[in-house]
Design a protein around this ligand. Structure first.
Ligand code: FRU
Length: 499
């Protein structure tokens, strides 16, 4: 009897030990998307140093490994061969005596201009000195470099850092460096408070100021950060696009990324754009920049959050993810060039792709739930409409959570309503209905919508109007209903379940 009692006791104790472990594991996985990059643990913000080398995409990122809120910044590291499956690598850059490691970029030094070796990876980043910031004894941000002789595995900081000292500008950060072939120099695009300053260099170590852009144009509701300068070949010759993230002052509160279309001659960026254009109107796509060394392809990834609430979103042992990578291109709409974003979800990354074809929506609504039953909240839905018509697409689960997205013809706007999608009250800044204007004027509409458990990214009109949003449910959506007051034919409906 005594023996059985002690076995029973042991089982109870063991059981008692197991239960919390299981709960803990589940909690750790709470809000973890299935095909968007998230760090294993700790805090993440901006993508950094994104570069393609010998078949591998490298993603570095702003990382505080020890807690789930922003703090002393490191560069975390992850690699991928297809931009969807990521493998986290050891931390690449740690804080040092010059400061913590803020955002920046990486290049492949094909011609050994810096003298570290041919084809060596060189990272260009901001050193941020918290002590100087706190004591205000000087200027706390300056640019430094590091190099890797083993394709990104390990990094050595250059002994001559900083390579670009601060000339007297408080916000002086986020260098994005590219090779400008025509002027045979490296060009650094740098955020300087409310403007962008360009610097040039032959060797990545000595930098000379070239010009400044932006004090009088664009949105200025907040500080300018994380710029990128891109060249596009068009039927009218080269066009240049300058991406500028701004925080706050975005169209749906808080952080967002605006862009300018213009020309760059190796010294000066000029643009006659008078309106404000946003790369993504959604509140949850910030600090996005592109990979370097991808030829004419511009692949952008952003941080899927917003400084207005990033530190307080529901989380467990890790916090924040990246957006889906997107290819950027330019399209002319009524005499103006606009950026177009195309999400990268290749066919071999999807399983159970369903070509559903045309669906007639009559009497107000149509239940599409059967197409997403096996998806566990991770799928791509695409469809077309032959007319410009208002509709609501409603995602739901049996808990009563509901996310609605659609088009509002009266206001010519796409929208996402996340007010009933799980926890939407953790911060007053978590704007509950987000909108994006329609830019296209065509009579047809084309949608690609990516769901990944706790996020929705809408690419409307083939990627002209985009809306990326987070939400926080703890049970996947498995009910999908298309609602419209008018009878419509939804064409070319496809659902790709993403592995
Ligand atoms: C943008 C940003 C950058 C800075 C980094 C710090 O989100 O504020 O300007 O380098 O984050 O983590």
């Amino acid at each position: 009897m005594k023996k059985y009692l002690s076995i029973l006791l042991a089982l109870v104790v063991l059981g008692g030990c197991q239960a919390p472990t299981e709960t803990k594991q589940n909690l750790e996985e709470n809000y973890r998307p299935s095909y968007h990059f998230t760090p294993k643990k700790g805090w993440m913000n901006d993508p950094n140093g994104m570069v393609y080398l010998d078949g591998t995409y490298h993603l570095f990122f702003q990382h505080n490994p020890d807690t789930t809120v922003w703090g002393p910044m490191h560069w975390g590291h992850a690699t991928s061969t297809d931009l969807i499956h990521w493998e986290e690598q050891p931390i690449a850059l740690f804080p040092d005596s010059l400061g913590t490691i803020f955002s920046g970029s990486a290049v492949v030094d094909k011609d050994n201009t810096a003298g570290f070796g041919k084809d060596v990876l060189v990272a260009i980043f901001t050193h941020h000195n918290p002590k100087i910031e706190e004591e205000k004894t000087g200027l706390h941000q300056y640019q430094s470099i590091a190099y890797s002789l083993d394709k990104g595995k390990s990094w050595t900081k250059y002994e001559g850092n900083p390579v670009l000292p601060n000339p007297g500008i408080w916000d002086f950060r986020d260098p994005k460096v590219m090779w400008h072939a025509a002027s045979k120099q490296w060009v650094m695009t740098l955020a300087t408070k409310q403007s962008i300053t360009f610097y040039g260099s032959k060797n990545l170590k000595e930098w000379a100021r070239l010009s400044e852009f932006g004090n009088e144009v664009g949105a200025h509701g907040g500080v300018w950060e994380c710029p990128d300068l891109l060249r596009f070949e068009t039927a009218e010759g080269d066009k240049w696009v300058l991406l500028v993230s701004i925080n706050p002052g975005g169209p749906n509160t808080g952080s967002a990324t605006q862009y300018f279309v213009g020309d760059f001659d190796g010294t000066t960026f000029s643009s006659d754009q008078t309106d404000i254009r946003w790369m993504d109107y959604g509140p949850d796509n910030y600090a996005g920049v592109t990979f370097s060394n991808t030829g004419d392809q511009h692949i952008l990834m952003g941080w899927m959050s917003n400084w207005a609430y990033a530190n307080t979103v529901p989380a467990s042992t890790w916090r924040s993810g990246m957006t889906i990578p997107r290819t950027l291109s330019l399209e002319k709409i009524q005499e103006h060039w606009h950026l177009v974003s195309t999400p990268i979800t290749k066919d071999d990354q999807t399983s159970g792709a369903q070509q559903i074809g045309a669906i007639r929506v009559q009497n107000g609504s149509e239940d599409l739930s059967k197409y997403i039953k096996e998806a566990h909240g991770a799928f791509e839905l695409s469809f077309e409409l032959d007319a410009v018509a208002s509709f609501n697409m409603v995602l739901a689960n049996e808990k009563g959570d509901e996310l609605v997205f659609g088009f509002d013809e009266t206001n010519n706007q796409f929208f996402v309503d996340r007010s009933k999608a799980g926890d939407a009250n953790f911060s007053p800044s978590f704007i509950q209905r987000t909108v994006a204007p329609r830019i296209a004027s065509a009579q047809k509409m084309k949608y690609s919508v990516l769901l990944d458990r706790n996020s929705i990214e809408i690419f409307a009109d083939g990627g002209l109007s985009n809306l990326s949003n987070l939400f926080f449910i703890d049970q996947s959506f498995d009910v999908l209903t298309f609602k419209s007051a008018k009878d419509v034919e939804v064409k070319n409906v496809k659902v790709n379940v993403i592995k």
